[in-house]
Design a protein. Structure first.
Length: 271
């Protein structure tokens, strides 16, 4: 019997929470190029760090299965070995609110950014691997009862392609094929280690597909019935700001209130 895939709207913390890569804020791998003026940072973004509950209330009323939320590592561990307990408590409150509204929640460990202290070329550095594993175990142990799934890397191929082949993300390399292959292998090794981990492994989502909001509704409906797919991730709930923002968002804020901006056919397919 085919099990219907869960459909989750994505929330990429770095581009929507606000409060990264400025003086006194958590620094990410984008901090150096933002400081050099090569591009702007997220700034205050949508200020979801304070406004998560209001947005999740709107999502609950849409009738979708839930959300995929990136727990930003740079906010949780702004310095190596130094945890921000207030940030962990805030994420816990957000997850608890989502669950109280009947939403399933999958959390992402690494999406498009990582803490600046890991370095621009983090995925080439073997010493980074145990830090990723520690972060994964910490998040799973802390929030395991509040989440329905864990994704290690939201877009592993894009991390490698953008960073080492297209020069459109850290570490801003172009056609560095040898390093791209090494980074890909290291990320794959991390994923394998997490699958084997007794704490993280049972929570990992291993088969998922991701669509942008411009996906045709019939394609989305077909994917939901596809055999072997655990989750479908639709990007994104909010457009966000900064270098990793999405092209469009399902929700927009007008006059201080969040509302839906999408064709009815898509909304039907999302439910």
């Amino acid at each position: 019997m085919t099990t219907r895939a869960r459909l989750l709207l994505t929330i990429e913390g770095y581009s929507v929470e606000g409060g990264f890569d400025r003086a006194g804020e958590p620094m990410t791998c984008y901090a150096p190029t933002i400081a050099l003026g090569r591009h702007g940072g997220p700034g205050s973004a949508d200020d979801l760090w304070r406004d998560y509950e209001d947005v999740l209330d709107v999502v609950a009323d849409l009738g979708v299965d839930g959300v995929r939320l990136t727990l930003e590592w740079a906010r949780i561990e702004p310095k190596a070995g130094t945890l921000d307990e207030a940030a962990l408590e805030r994420y816990g409150a957000v997850l608890a609110h989502a669950r109280s509204r009947g939403l399933e929640v999958t959390v992402v460990l690494v999406d498009a950014v990582w803490p600046s202290w890991l370095g621009q070329e983090a995925w080439l550095l073997p010493w980074v691997v145990p830090h990723v594993l520690d972060h994964a175990r910490r998040v799973t142990e802390r929030f395991g009862d509040l989440v329905t799934g864990v994704v290690a890397f939201a877009q592993p191929q894009a991390l490698v392609t953008n960073g080492f082949l297209r020069a459109c993300g850290p570490p801003w390399r172009k056609n560095a094929k040898k390093d791209a292959n090494f980074a890909h292998a290291q990320i794959a090794a991390i994923q394998a280690a997490l699958r084997a981990d007794t704490t993280v492994g049972p929570r990992l989502v291993t088969t998922s597909v991701t669509f942008d909001l411009d996906v045709a509704p019939d394609v989305l409906l077909d994917a939901r019935e596809r055999d072997g797919v655990e989750e479908i991730h639709v990007r994104s709930l909010l457009r966000g700001s900064g270098p990793t923002s999405c092209a469009t968002g399902l929700l927009v804020r007008r006059d201080g209130r969040w509302g839906v901006q999408a064709p009815e056919e898509l909304l039907v397919a999302l439910r």
